[in-house]
Design a protein around this ligand. Structure first.
Ligand code: HEC
Ligand code: HEC
Ligand code: HEC
Ligand code: HEC
Ligand code: HEC
Ligand code: HEC
Ligand code: HEC
Ligand code: HEC
Ligand code: HEC
Ligand code: HEC
Ligand code: HEC
Ligand code: HEC
Length: 304
């Protein structure tokens, strides 16, 4: 009876030992299952398992890349869209300009925090134009935001010497009109003549037609090319135009500007086109061609 009891105790001890041993084995297996892996491996494994990348990896093992323009854009969305839509040649990487950023502390002068235009551009317009932001009012859109006409207008003549000289050299009502009265709204704005001359003497089609006769910065220096149509003269010289066009003579096929070439009020010599139509002796008897041919627009031979 005593031996039977000893056997039972012995078996229980063996069972307990086996159980404890198996527990330790499970523990060790658990430890080996979270052995660190390199980040590339983790990302690959996660992608294969369809897990969102980064969720399960050990972030402190990652190499951190510097922020790029897309990263900046996530927070500075409006700056990004400004540059995207209107930045022009300033479509550069943010960090090309902002070598340092997020360094602002209250009390630090703003100029020490943001990039300086002159670092890249130098004194591009010379010593008189150093307050860049007065005209280029937004650093991210330096051309499209040049609408501060007041700041610009102090210096139109400094950059546009030709136009400024022309308006002074040829006095007209436009000499007394400020550059910025015509070029208003934004830098480079070109006005239509009809903004100020709503009912011009010639039907308005576009500035080019008007400027065919009036150089805009010296509008009284009327000069024109061969393309000017008779109808444009007719607005002011209706009678003569009518006479010419209704005449049966061949001058009716000649344009006003063929005879009155290039300059308003120029009077041509008949000999310019008709070198020697009659004998010397005939011409010597008469003072001028008009004595016999009369009005050049009608060419009626005078009764003699
Ligand atoms: C997580 C969001 C976030 C990201 C990403 C971020 N910024 Fe900022 N940034 C801010 C906040 C917030 C301010 C302070 C408020 C403000 O001026 O809009 C700021 C301020 C700035 C300023 C103002 C001046 C200064 O330096 O403090 C500049 C310039 C700037 N960021 C540039 C950048 C650039 C360049 C990048 C990318 C390389 C970038 N930021 C990425 C949130 C961010
Ligand atoms: C060509 C150079 C240049 C580039 C490119 C540039 N910046 Fe700037 N940025 C500046 C300058 C100069 C200022 C200071 C403007 C001022 O004084 O008002 C500035 C100001 C800022 C400011 C603070 C004032 C504001 O407008 O909110 C932020 C934020 C900023 N930049 C973010 C960016 C981000 C983001 C990018 C890229 C998407 C970027 N910048 C690209 C030159 C640049
Ligand atoms: C990190 C260098 C850098 C800084 C700082 C910088 N720019 Fe520029 N900027 C450029 C480059 C590069 C161009 C393109 C030049 C080219 O292609 O001819 C440019 C072009 C321009 C243009 C012509 C834009 C166009 O679309 O035609 C203007 C105007 C200009 N910058 C003004 C400024 C002003 C004003 C500042 C300061 C607020 C400034 N820039 C700061 C690099 C810079
Ligand atoms: C008085 C106004 C004014 C000031 C001040 C000014 N600019 Fe300009 N800037 C202009 C105008 C106007 C243009 C011509 C814009 C155009 O091409 O339509 C221009 C053109 C530019 C261009 C493009 C040049 C090119 O040839 O394409 C750059 C770059 C530039 N400015 C940089 C600067 C910098 C940098 C400063 C400060 C040192 C500055 N500007 C100061 C008015 C100004
Ligand atoms: C800092 C120099 C500078 C200043 C100041 C300046 N401009 Fe300009 N402007 C330029 C340059 C450079 C161009 C040539 C741009 C081009 O060829 O695309 C230009 C172009 C123009 C154009 C022609 C646009 C076109 O479509 O051909 C007009 C008009 C003009 N400027 C008027 C003005 C007036 C008016 C002022 C004063 C309110 C002024 N500018 C001030 C430099 C300047
Ligand atoms: C009466 C209106 C008017 C006035 C005043 C005026 N402009 Fe103009 N300007 C124009 C028009 C219209 C054009 C377009 C000419 C064209 O189509 O060729 C022009 C063109 C320009 C151009 C482009 C180049 C050219 O000659 O075509 C510049 C630069 C310019 N003006 C500068 C100036 C400056 C600087 C002043 C002041 C000294 C000035 N303008 C005064 C109407 C005016
Ligand atoms: C911003 C207004 C304005 C614009 C734009 C304008 N002018 Fe004028 N112009 C005037 C004023 C003001 C006068 C003097 C009063 C008048 O004759 O209406 C004048 C007078 C003239 C004169 C007579 C000059 C003199 O000294 O008697 C001619 C010619 C002329 N403009 C042609 C043009 C042409 C062509 C255009 C377009 C290319 C144009 N103007 C655009 C304001 C303007
Ligand atoms: C065929 C040439 C020609 C064309 C085109 C032309 N003009 Fe004239 N314009 C003249 C002549 C010539 C004068 C008168 C000059 C004189 O009195 O000596 C004049 C005078 C003017 C005057 C001074 C006031 C007046 O009516 O006498 C204005 C303003 C004027 N033109 C505006 C315009 C406008 C705006 C356009 C375009 C719609 C235009 N012109 C097209 C030749 C032309
Ligand atoms: C806006 C009105 C206007 C327009 C348009 C116009 N003229 Fe005139 N023209 C005049 C005026 C005003 C005179 C001076 C009349 C006078 O002194 O009696 C004149 C005078 C003349 C003279 C006479 C010069 C002289 O010394 O006797 C000729 C020639 C002339 N114009 C040709 C033309 C031609 C050609 C065109 C078209 C290309 C034209 N004109 C367009 C208004 C205009
Ligand atoms: C074949 C050449 C010729 C053609 C074509 C011509 N002219 Fe003339 N025109 C002249 C000559 C020559 C004179 C000078 C007559 C004189 O001194 O009596 C003149 C004089 C004028 C005069 C000033 C004298 C006056 O009678 O008032 C005006 C105005 C004039 N022409 C307008 C025009 C117009 C407008 C046209 C087009 C419809 C035109 N001319 C076509 C040759 C021409
Ligand atoms: C711009 C050139 C030009 C000028 C200036 C010019 N004419 Fe003519 N003329 C012509 C042409 C072209 C013809 C037609 C020739 C032909 O078809 O054989 C012509 C024809 C004539 C004829 C013949 C008309 C006919 O119907 O057979 C006479 C006469 C004449 N011209 C006289 C003059 C007189 C007089 C003057 C000066 C007041 C003058 N011309 C100035 C170009 C001109
Ligand atoms: C004594 C009068 C007289 C004078 C002066 C005169 N002509 Fe004529 N001309 C005529 C007659 C007549 C004809 C032939 C009839 C006709 O064609 O109408 C004629 C014909 C012409 C013709 C046409 C020739 C042809 O072959 O068809 C031209 C061109 C001409 N004249 C030009 C001139 C010029 C230019 C002058 C001034 C240098 C001038 N005439 C002076 C009387 C004159």
């Amino acid at each position: 009876m005593k031996e039977w009891k000893n056997w039972i105790v012995c078996l229980l001890l063996i069972g307990l030992t086996a159980f404890l041993w198996s527990c330790v084995a499970v523990r060790e297996e658990g430890v080996s299952s979270i052995t660190p892996v390199t980040s590339e491996e983790a990302v690959r494994a996660e992608k294969a398992a369809g897990v969102a990348v980064g969720k399960a990896e050990n972030v402190y093992k990652l190499d951190i890349k510097a922020l790029d323009t897309v990263d900046c854009a996530r927070c500075h969305y409006s700056v990004f869209t400004d540059i995207k839509d209107n930045g022009g040649k300033h479509q550069l990487e943010c960090r090309k300009c902002h070598e340092r950023f997020h360094t602002y502390k209250p009390g630090t002068p703003w100029e020490d925090v943001v990039p300086k235009c002159t670092t890249c551009h130098g004194e591009i317009h010379g010593k008189d134009f150093l307050d860049c932001m007065a005209c280029h009012t937004d650093a991210h859109m330096p051309i499209s935001t040049m609408i501060n006409i007041e700041a610009l207008s102090k210096d139109c003549a400094g950059c546009h010497v030709d136009q400024a000289t022309e308006v002074v050299k040829f006095p007209s009502a436009h000499t007394d009109t400020a550059c910025s009265e015509c070029h208003h709204s934004s830098h480079g704005y070109i006005p239509a003549c009809t903004e100020c001359h709503p009912e011009p003497h010639t039907p308005y089609q576009n500035n080019t037609v008007c400027e065919g006769c009036h150089p805009v910065h010296s509008p009284l220096q009327i000069a024109y090319g061969e393309e000017i149509d008779n109808g444009l003269c007719a607005g002011c010289h209706g009678e003569i135009t009518k006479t010419l066009l209704e005449s049966p003579k061949k001058h009716s096929t000649v344009k006003c500007v063929d005879c009155h070439a290039q300059k308003h009020r120029f009077i041509p010599k008949c000999q310019k086109c008709h070198s020697a139509p009659h004998s010397e002796s005939l011409l010597q008897k008469f003072g001028s061609c008009a004595d016999c041919h009369g009005d050049p627009h009608a060419l009626a031979l005078m009764e003699k």
